[in-house]
Design a binder for this molecule. Structure first.
Ligand code: N7H
Length: 441
């Protein structure tokens, strides 16, 4: 079984907090840094702690390092992941980003050595922790960039900025938690290095660590809403508003409540959406329906189908699984932005995914599935199109088919990317024991 005292808390279960700050830093003085990391490593929050409310600290702290951070620290062992080694800046074109001019300056290059992830139900408690971390590390680090994420207010808590409930479908880790109905069981080595299912050669100290793919993904919410309002699905029995809601649900593959369109094809079903025993219990296959041509329930291009094709893709390549641990950032849409259908203040998703292999995990889902109009392969329509949520075409327009249940071959042309990359970095989140040894002195 897994040593949950040795695995940083965010990896398997997420911070589960209303507030989370990503504090990106560079390292100036290696000797001092390692001395101070010895101290911090005693309080880095473990999985065991996050699982038990009575053991949770006021503010949880995790830490992860880029390749340039490892290099700076003199850690020369190869983690055996070329994509990590090269860093995300070098990967921008592969991810479909339209260049890097829209990237946050801090992410342009390899200047970020590491990130502290700080989470709490109160931003005040996070700020207290940041002051303590800054005092501990002193001049051995420089803050390069900070991004503050927060759950959305009221009944939107847990929903991302387009309004959809997030964090529903995650793989179930064998030996850690029994799968809920519809959850895919995977070996821990697909998330954690050195565990069963990780077949690559790794340094011994990398065991129980995980690669963290970070992306700052800006969302154009008023523009997304305007697109839905302008293109309602024309279906008898539905008002225009209901037709717009249906279009949005078919782009995602779920309704705003989380109810999957595969189980609730025409109307939202909030009771289904809120029921963990049912809201993930589907495969896209139905008796008497042809899996290669039937898009009446869920388009092949829907975001959750492109990124997790279930029965479409058998046997499922278990390597292509990630655990998602992101959080929304930025303010709510203002009345002025809503009225003008124009974003003026940045908001989006501070996307975090964990996997033991970046090229098979986050990067594969983005590059080979979401951005590939021919995926899902083997369908009657050989070009289902781009993922309408996250698919990227280097800034060019994107076509998407299957969205209209009555005319599935109709291609929609999306001239706006409703999700836009502001860049990011690839990190490695080491085990607690590695933090106490390799990263400390
Ligand atoms: Fe996605 N969204 O609001 O539309 N995502 N995602 N994602 N995503 C999911 O099942 C969203 C992004 C995956 O197992 C849901 O938890 C937005 C990236 C995967 O059925 C919703 C952004 C990547 C799943 C969203 C974004 C993925 C998933 C349904 C960016 C990988 C699970 C809730 C701003 C490259 C699929 C849920 C499954 C689910 C949204 C980003 C992947 C609502 C807005 C970059 C694997």
């Amino acid at each position: 079984s897994l040593n949950l005292n040795n695995i940083q808390g965010d990896i398997l279960i997420g911070m589960k907090k209303k507030q989370e700050v990503f504090f990106f830093f560079s390292i100036n003085n290696v000797k001092t840094f390692k001395q101070r990391m010895k101290v911090l490593s005693l309080t880095v929050t473990t999985t065991t702690q996050l699982l038990d409310v009575s053991k949770q600290p006021d503010a949880a702290v995790n830490v992860a390092f880029s390749q340039s951070g490892l290099t700076k620290l003199g850690i020369t062992d190869s983690l055996n992941d070329t994509i990590y080694t090269n860093g995300q800046f070098a990967d921008a074109a592969n991810l479909g980003d339209p260049g890097t001019t829209n990237w946050v300056n801090a992410f342009r290059g390899t200047g970020i050595h590491g990130v502290f992830l700080l989470a709490s139900d109160s931003i005040a408690l996070i700020n207290v922790e940041i002051i303590a971390v800054k005092a501990l590390f002193g001049n051995s680090i420089t803050e390069v960039y900070r991004l503050a994420g927060q759950a959305r207010p009221g009944n939107q808590a847990g929903h991302e900025h387009f309004g959809f409930l997030d964090g529903i479908s995650q793989p179930a880790i064998n030996g850690f938690a029994p799968p809920l109905p519809g959850q895919t069981p995977i070996d821990p080595g697909h998330i954690l290095l050195g565990e069963t299912g990780d077949s690559l050669t790794r340094p011994a100290w990398a065991k129980d660590g995980s690669f963290l793919a970070f992306r700052q993904l800006k969302q154009l919410v008023p523009e997304f809403n305007q697109f839905l309002a302008n293109n309602p699905i024309n279906q008898s029995g539905l008002t225009a508003k209901q037709g717009s809601d249906l279009l949005g649900a078919r782009m995602v593959g779920r309704w705003k409540s989380g109810a999957p369109v595969d189980l609730a094809p025409l109307f939202d079903d909030p009771v289904l959406g809120a029921d963990p025993q049912r809201n993930n219990n589907f495969t896209f296959a139905h008796p008497g329906s042809d899996l290669t041509s039937d898009q009446s329930r869920c388009p092949f291009s829907a975001h959750i189908r492109k990124t997790a094709p279930r029965a479409d893709f058998n046997p499922v390549n278990v390597n292509n699984h990630i655990i998602r641990a992101g959080i929304p950032y930025g303010p709510e849409v203002s009345p002025k932005e809503a009225a003008s259908n124009t974003t003026t203040t940045e908001r989006g998703l501070a996307f975090v995914s964990y996997q033991s292999n970046i090229s098979q995990g986050f990067r594969f889902l983005q590059m080979s599935w979401a951005n590939n109009p021919r995926f899902i392969f083997g369908k009657s329509d050989p070009t289902p199109g781009f993922d309408p949520i996250i698919g990227a075409n280097a800034g060019q327009s994107r076509f998407v088919s299957g969205l209209d249940p009555n005319d599935p071959n109709h291609d929609f042309t999306l001239t706006t990317d409703f999700v836009q990359s502001r860049g990011g970095e690839y990190f490695f989140s080491p085990s607690i024991s590695a933090l106490k040894t390799v990263f400390s002195s």
